[in-house]
Write a new protein. Structure first.
Ligand code: ADP
Length: 384
C-alpha cells in the first residue's frame, strides 16, 4: 500500500490537540487524513483533509466514519469499541486494536491486566459502585488513606481523588471505581514505547513529570529524567515488558511511580500520543506523533534519541478566567532562546483547560528547568 501522495486514507478518531499534532506529520508526508470530533471547532479541523463532526461514543457515527478509511487510529480512549470491532471484522485496519483499547479503557480492567501479567502496580480493590466502599470501610477491608479512581471517563486527574476520611467520599459519583493504595512516590516518571505492525519496538528516554498540586495535572515534563542510569534502565524495562504484554500497535505511554524504596510501579497507560511526549517535537530525532503514524502504517520506526535536553510546560487556563482566550506575554517568551510555544487553537479558556504548551530545549537539563520556570511565570492564558 502506498501512503504518500496517494488515495490511501487514514482516519483519526478525536480532533483535539493530540490529533492536531499528529497532523503535522501527515501534512509533512502528504498522507490524506479524515478526522472525527464532536466539536465543530476542533483544533484538528484545519489541518486534516476531511473533517466530520460527530459523537465518538456513538456506534453508527464511528462505524460510518471508519468505513470511509483504510486505516483507523485514535487520539482519545473514549471511543465506541463495538464499532471498532465490527470495522476490524470488515477489513478496516484499526491500530491500536479494539482488543488493546478494551483492556485500557476501563481502569479496573487495566489494573487486573497488570496483576495477570505479573507487572508491578499499587495494590487496589475494585468496586461496582462508589457506595460499596462504605461497607468495605465498616468491615475494615479497606483503610485510609487511599486513592479513589473512576473506572471510566476520567482524564487529566478529574476522575481521581485522595480519600483520607469518610467525608472525602461525599460528592463522588456513584460509579464503577477502584480504590488504590496511596503511593508516597519520590517521582512520577513516564516512558513512551512505540511498536509498529511488524513488531519492531523503540522506547523514548525516561521523562520526569512534575504535577500541579491542586489540579492533579502535569505542569512540567523533564527529558531526560534526573535519575540514575540504573533507575532509568529499570523504568525502561518495566515499560518494555508492559508494551510486550499489551502487544499493541502504535504508541503506549507508560506512567510510572518511583517509590521511596526505588521500586517502579505502573500507574496507568495510554495507547496514543501523550502529554509526557510533547517535547519530542523539538528535542527528539523523531517526534512521538511521527512515530505513532509510522507505527500504525507499518513504516520503519524513527530514532528515539534526544537531540537536546528539554522541559515541556503545559499552558493551562488561569484560574478565574473563562471566555475567549488571550495569551498574555507570549512575545516575552519568544525572545528567549530555545523556547517554542504551541497554541492548540481552542477558542474558549477556562481554569486548568489545556490551551497549549511550551517546549524549552537546552544542552543542560537544569538550565532548561530554570528557563521553564521563567516561561511559566511570564505567560498567562486569560480571557478577554
Ligand atoms: P488520569 O487518568 O486522570 O491522568 P491518574 O490515574 O494518572 O489519572 O492520576 C492522576 C495523578 O494522581 C497521578 O499522576 C498522581 O499524581 C496521582 N495519583 C494517582 N494514583 C495515585 C496513587 N496510587 N498514589 C499517589 N498518587 C496517585
Amino acid at each position: 500500500m502506498k501512503y504518500f501522495s496517494s488515495n490511501f486514507k487514514l482516519g483519526i478518531l478525536g480532533g483535539g490537540q493530540l490529533g492536531k499534532m499528529l497532523l503535522y506529520t501527515t501534512r509533512k508526508f502528504d498522507i490524506h487524513t479524515l478526522v472525527l470530533d464532536p466539536s465543530a471547532e476542533a483544533p484538528s479541523k484545519l489541518a486534516c483533509n476531511e473533517f466530520f463532526q460527530g459523537d465518538l461514543m456513538d456506534y453508527d457515527t464511528v462505524y460510518n466514519f471508519g468505513k470511509k478509511v483504510d486505516t483507523l487510529t485514535f487520539e482519545i480512549e473514549n471511543v465506541n469499541i463495538e464499532a471498532l470491532k465490527t470495522l476490524e471484522k470488515e477489513g478496516v485496519k484499526v491500530y491500536p486494536s479494539s482488543k488493546t483499547l478494551e483492556k485500557i479503557q476501563n481502569k479496573a480492567t487495566q489494573k487486573l491486566f497488570y496483576i495477570d501479567h505479573n507487572l508491578p502496580t499499587a495494590p487496589f480493590q475494585r468496586f461496582a459502585y462508589t457506595e460499596e466502599i462504605y461497607s468495605a470501610i465498616e468491615h475494615s477491608s479497606i483503610a485510609f488513606p487511599f486513592v479513589w479512581k473512576s473506572a471510566q471517563f476520567g482524564y487529566d486527574g478529574n476522575g481521581v481523588k485522595v480519600v483520607r476520611s469518610k467525608e472525602d467520599l461525599k460528592g463522588l459519583p456513584n460509579v464503577e471505581c477502584v480504590a488504590e493504595e496511596l503511593v508516597l512516590f519520590k517521582n512520577e516518571l513516564a516512558v513512551i514505547v512505540s511498536r509498529n505492525i511488524q513488531g519492531d519496538v523503540k522506547a523514548y528516554p525516561v521523562v520526569e513529570m512534575e504535577f500541579h498540586p491542586e489540579a492533579n495535572q502535569v505542569e512540567y515534563v523533564l527529558c531526560p529524567a534526573r535519575i540514575s542510569d540504573e533507575i532509568a534502565n529499570k523504568a525502561k524495562q518495566v515499560a518494555l515488558k508492559t508494551s510486550a504484554a499489551f502487544d499493541h500497535v502504535g504508541l503506549l505511554a507508560v506512567e510510572l511511580f518511583l517509590t521511596q524504596t526505588d521500586e517502579i510501579l505502573i500507574n496507568e497507560v495510554a495507547p496514543r500520543p501523550h502529554n509526557s511526549g510533547h517535547q519530542t517535537i523539538e528535542a527528539s530525532y523523531t517526534s512521538q506523533f511521527e512515530q505513532h503514524i509510522r507505527a500504525v502504517l507499518g513504516l520503519p520506526l524513527g530514532s528515539t534519541e534526544n537531540k537536546l535536553s528539554s522541559v515541556m510546560v503545559n499552558l493551562v487556563g488561569a484560574e478565574n478566567h473563562q471566555g475567549e482566550a488571550v495569551y498574555e506575554n507570549i512575545e516575552k517568551l519568544m525572545e528567549m532562546d530555545g523556547v517554542t510555544p504551541h497554541i492548540y487553537g481552542k477558542k474558549e479558556t477556562r481554569p486548568f483547560r489545556k490551551m497549549g504548551h511550551v517546549t524549552v530545549v537546552h544542552s543542560n537539563i537544569e538550565n532548561a528547568r530554570t528557563i521553564a520556570e521563567k516561561v511559566k511565570k511570564s505567560i498567562k492564558v486569560i480571557s478577554k
